[in-house]
Ligand binder design. Sequence first.
Ligand SMILES: Cc1cc2nc3c(=O)[nH]c(=O)nc-3n(C[C@H](O)[C@H](O)[C@H](O)COP(=O)(O)OP(=O)(O)OC[C@H]3O[C@@H](n4cnc5c(N)ncnc54)[C@H](O)[C@@H]3O)c2cc1C
Ligand code: FES
Length: 277
Amino acid sequence: MFRIVQKRVLNPSVTLLEIEAPFIAKKAKAGQFIIFRIDEKGERVPLTIADYNRENGTITIIFQIVGRTTQQLSELNEGDSILDVAGPLGMPTEIGGNVKKVCVIGGGVGCAIAYPQAKELSENGISVDVIAGFRNKDIVILEDEFKNHSDNLIICTDDGSYGKKGFVTDALKEQIENGAVYDAVIAIGPVPMMKFVCDVTKPYNIKTIVSLNPIMIDGTGMCGGCRVTVGGQIKYACVDGPDFDGHEVDFDELMKRNSTYREYEHNCRMLGSAEKL
Ligand SMILES: Cc1cc2nc3c(=O)[nH]c(=O)nc-3n(C[C@H](O)[C@H](O)[C@H](O)COP(=O)(O)OP(=O)(O)OC[C@H]3O[C@@H](n4cnc5c(N)ncnc54)[C@H](O)[C@@H]3O)c2cc1C
Ligand code: FES
């Protein structure tokens, strides 16, 4: 069992949990994830390791409530336990080369996945600009954390209620046009956002790493659920990724595959709501 030692509600749909998991905390690196099951009947759900504390033996996950399992997880409290937490899974982020300046871009809850990247890069002496995009002011998360681990934090909101009005791609274009020289861009968020960031960086030939979120089941390369096409080759995001060269990813196929179980997921959500009545 894995005990919850801290719970913070970051916004109405995003929750942070710090969980005792000493073996995972010992080995975790930015870019890796866990797969958890709340109880014996629970589905297996992947979440990125947003932070870890090797001394205290804890890991932090930050998740958005989108369906039945994330709703159940958000209802747990400090002192409660989760049945299984497997990890760290996946390959740590590897930028490669002689990197001096990186732009880390997060969209919505993707910021939770982008945060450990910014933290690890800045702790390794690399200059980090962060562009964090949200629909509006009320759902901005991790502002202080990003401030502590970047040279320049740009917050964008779609409606202009906080920070810069517009999408992360507008801010990125502006940065590049104003002379920022990035050795790499790391973009994490909704699939269309990652796709559009890659469209911006491609003409400038800026290496762009994206973190893919296909449906995962076993997380060990056995089931094929997380199959993605990268550079015309089949890859399994759970063992070959989840980070890939964004300029090589077939985003349209990913979006299609991610919608495979939409009806079933919708029915599960309805069932969950009915059970509460
Ligand atoms: C490597 C990886 C890391 C992730 N990290 C985070 C994170 O740090 N924070 C966060 O909020 N979300 C993260 N996600 C997405 C998260 O796994 C889904 O939001 C979660 O599975 C939803 O489950 P549900 O039962 O609440 O919703 P459901 O109603 O079952 O599904 C809602 C949507 O979540 C996605 N989803 C559902 N089941 C899976 C599954 N087994 N594998 C992958 N996606 C699924 C689908 O897009 C689906 O349409 C990550 C996904 C992957 C693959
Ligand atoms: S989740 Fe099964 S192969 Fe990746």
